[in-house]
Design a protein. Structure first.
Length: 439
């Protein structure tokens, strides 16, 4: 490691150990101590090889908070034979960027390699990001950025095209338990303990974020007069009771089933309760949002097509702002779905069509609705007899679009619920209109 390299983990004695947050004190310095991201850092994986062989390219680490983006940059700092410069998009501007770039160019001329780490890179504006571009392009620096936002939207396309994006996933409960045990064993100078089931529930509550777990443990230790951390103390630190909710066990499936069936039964009160049980137990709000989006079409469908719009909007809100703020958006969607008129006609329609599709998978597309982009295809009958609906009164024709063996098949049968009653009237009108055209 080069003497000019920034060390993320310098600590000046015992006083520094006390003042430095636990999450910083426990940052691993080696890949073997790093928890999670096995899809990137497992044995034989590309990113691990790049780091171990000191062949790091410009890259972006994209993932939610607390999953190890800065820690991974710190490991690169420890293992690479390069000068390592730490940047923060929240405090550094174009002036500092240009100064570092000029210094980097001088170092490169004498054979130094420079890695620039930019935390929260999405906070840099276009001009600031552009300031890095020529130096990345010429190989003056290797850029390593970390972001919680989608790089496709937040990072200039020119800069992004010169970086490899690595997606970091939320840590699993097993990863967080490992981190928690290490913190209790070595993070405070003396060893602390807590029940395994309590640590498991705390890991579930942290929802993939190691920083949440470690901050809670640190607060508990600082307020404990015993070496064993109690459930009451942990609950006080979280300012909530720790609920026995297993996101991967039977209770998880029982409660999502209860939410789904409460909405289906138009019971808004029960639906809100089961939603709260999941969220307060640490369930991923995006998981709930995905299930509610599915419900909007499976159990409501054309009876109220607005339900799908509202549920998708709730999913986006959960993605943008997360918990706890997004709880009200999920409540909005759940209550709307519970009170909306219900129809499973779309669900039934697809099931019937899927069954026929499997049985007739080799059935050819009718000639009249095939595309005919070449003269040869036209000559052999592709598109012959096609009727362009916009050329006809009512924008409807008697054109056959199903294979002959399925000519009279009916998949979607609208109910009389909500707006679907009007859909049924429209379909009846279309059928009568086509019959008139035939005669």
């Amino acid at each position: 490691m080069n003497d000019g390299q920034l060390n993320f983990y310098d600590q000046a004695g015992a006083d520094s150990l006390v003042l430095t947050p636990l999450a910083s004190r426990l940052r691993p310095l080696t890949l073997s101590d790093y928890a999670g991201q096995d899809h990137l850092l497992g044995q034989g994986k590309v990113l691990r090889k790049m780091i171990e062989q000191d062949k790091v390219c410009s890259m972006i680490f994209w993932g939610p908070p607390g999953v190890g983006k800065t820690t991974l940059a710190g490991i690169i700092a420890e293992l690479t034979h390069s000068s390592f410069v730490n940047f923060s998009a929240t405090i550094n501007g174009i002036k500092e960027i240009k100064e570092i770039m000029q210094k980097s160019e001088r170092l490169r001329r004498v054979g130094e390699k420079i890695i620039v780490f930019v935390d929260e890179i999405h906070r840099f504006n276009k001009a600031q990001q552009d300031a890095f571009l020529p130096y990345v392009e010429k190989g003056v620096i290797t850029l390593v950025g970390a972001t919680t936002e989608n790089p496709s939207f937040e990072i200039n396309s020119a800069l992004l095209s010169r970086c490899k994006v690595f997606v970091l996933n939320p840590l699993t409960a097993a990863d967080l338990i490992k981190i928690g045990k290490r913190a209790l064993d070595t993070g405070f100078g003396i060893q602390y303990t807590m029940r395994d089931d309590l640590l498991t529930r705390l890991a579930e509550f942290a929802n993939g974020d190691a920083r949440v777990l470690l901050n809670t443990l640190e607060m508990a230790v600082n307020n404990s007069d015993q070496l064993e951390l109690s459930e009451e103390l942990i609950s006080q630190c979280l300012n909530r009771k720790i609920l026995p909710y297993d996101k991967h066990g039977e209770e998880h499936y029982n409660i999502i089933s209860a939410l789904h069936k409460s909405m289906r039964n138009s019971d808004a009160q029960a639906a809100v309760y089961w939603l709260a049980r999941m969220l307060e137990g640490g369930e991923d709000p995006l998981y709930i949002a995905r299930r509610v989006v599915r419900f909007a079409s499976e159990d409501i469908g054309m009876a109220d097509s607005r339900a799908l719009e509202i549920c998708v909007a709730a999913y986006q809100a959960c993605h943008f702002i997360g918990m706890p703020e997004c709880s009200v958006h999920l409540t909005h969607a759940v209550v709307y779905c519970a009170l909306a008129p219900k129809s499973n006609a779309l669900y039934i329609a697809y099931g019937k069509a899927a069954d026929d599709a499997q049985k007739t998978i080799a059935e050819p597309v009718p000639m009249q609705i095939r595309n005919a982009p070449t003269k040869l295809m036209k000559d052999i009958g592709y598109g012959e007899g096609y009727k362009y609906a916009h050329d006809y009164e009512g924008k409807i024709t008697d054109l056959k679009c199903l294979p002959d063996i399925l000519a009279d098949r009916v998949y979607y049968s609208p109910t009389s619920q909500g707006q679907e009653a009007r859909v049924g009237e429209r379909m009846k009108y279309i059928d009568e209109y086509k019959k008139q055209q035939k005669t």
